[in-house]
Design a protein around this ligand. Structure first.
Ligand SMILES: Cc1cc2nc3c(=O)[nH]c(=O)nc-3n(C[C@H](O)[C@H](O)[C@H](O)COP(=O)(O)OP(=O)(O)OC[C@H]3O[C@@H](n4cnc5c(N)ncnc54)[C@H](O)[C@@H]3O)c2cc1C
Length: 313
């Protein structure tokens, strides 16, 4: 038999748990399906969430799970693999669950540049977001690994946190920098180094250098002493379920995200999206806020739907 809920939230990160908390408190029968791989798992601390600044991400989610349980929300550690147009969801375990409304809060995956050492150090001294970690590494020797011409923006932004920034052009040609880029990099005091990066130098469990490949214009095999490297992972939104449902997606330079109304509802009636599943730039506090907004809208919408049906009977 298929278990039926009023709302199923797919994804138990900040967005999904926040939606679930509001739905549980509104006395809605709610299930959270969570595969348990939150995006910020590589980081030891979560910064910039007012009143939770510095809290370990795993602790933040554990508290959230405790809070939703208080209101009778169920949570299963499983992965939603298939969804039908009438919101029957098949889980990887083989169970099928059904709901009247869905919140897709499946987040995104970061595809890291294929440079030796980057994946191992990500979230420690290889970073992507100065708002998340910039304060903690302020004034250190920064490198920025260019992977697209947009990396110029990252090199400029991080100069707010350190005046010692080296911009490794890596896969970007010098000719791809605009005159404005060059002027701004120079005004910010950012040193530009052409040539492909071969790998990172790690000593005593910390980043100490960035090594260029042989035969590059800046000197093959040269190592630049650096303590922190900023990279721009390719964002891969986890939007398979939205695609199965036929939600309209809009292409952005950071992946395809659902078209939403101001409440977070997708173009498929009854399906909301929140957090990084809905947008690349959603930090934890925004993800939680979006989950809250979606949940409150769903509660009101379900109530009105049921009242209207009762009036018609
Ligand atoms: C290294 C790093 C450090 C960061 N540091 C900070 C920081 O300090 N401050 C900050 O504000 N932001 C930080 N961020 C960004 C932060 O990770 C995101 O803002 C936040 O995780 C978004 O929450 P979310 O709920 O949308 O997604 P997530 O937290 O990624 O949660 C999504 C959940 O959905 C699950 N899921 C996915 N698909 C399915 C499926 N089909 N079925 C079931 N479950 C599924 C996943 O396993 C995961 O548990 C950092 C990111 C990274 C990569």
């Amino acid at each position: 038999m298929t278990e039926t809920y009023e709302v199923i939230v797919i994804g138990g990160g900040a967005a999904g748990l926040s939606a679930a908390l509001v739905l549980g408190r509104a006395r809605r029968r709610t299930l959270v399906v969570d595969a348990g791989e939150p995006r910020n798992a590589p980081a030891a601390h979560m910064q910039g969430y007012l009143s939770r600044d510095g809290m370990p991400p795993a602790e933040f989610l554990a508290v959230g799970r405790e809070e939703i349980a208080r209101y009778g929300v169920e949570l299963v550690r499983d992965r939603a693999v298939d969804v039908t147009q009438d919101f029957a969801i098949t889980l990887a375990s083989g169970s099928v669950v059904h709901a009247r409304r869905l919140v897709i809060a499946t987040g995104l995956k970061d595809e890291l540049p294929a440079v030796s050492g980057v994946a191992e150090r990500f979230g420690r001294d290889v970073l992507h977001c100065p708002y998340c970690h910039g304060w903690e590494v302020r004034d250190r020797a920064f490198g920025v690994l260019a992977t697209t011409p947009m990396s110029v923006h990252q090199a400029l932004i991080v100069s707010q946190w350190s005046k010692d920034v080296t911009f490794f052009l890596h896969t970007v040609a010098e000719a791809d920098l605009s005159d404005d880029d060059r002027r701004r990099l120079s005004a910010a005091g950012v040193r530009v180094v052409p040539g492909e990066v071969e790998g990172l130098v790690i000593e005593d469990d910390r980043l100490t250098g960035v090594r260029l490949a042989g035969g590059t214009p800046s000197g093959g095999g040269t190592t630049y002493d650096r303590e922190v490297l900023f990279v721009a992972p390719r964002a891969v939104p986890q939007n398979e379920l939205l695609e199965q449902l036929g939600a309209e997606l809009r292409e952005t330079p950071f992946g395809a995200y659902p078209v939403l109304d101001e409440t977070g509802q997708t173009t498929v009636p009854g399906v909301w999206a929140a957090g990084n599943a809905a947008g690349f730039a959603e930090q934890v506090i925004n993800a939680a806020g979006a989950g809250y907004r979606a949940a409150a809208t769903i509660n009101g919408e379900l109530l009105m739907t049921d009242l209207d049906a009762a009036v018609r009977v």
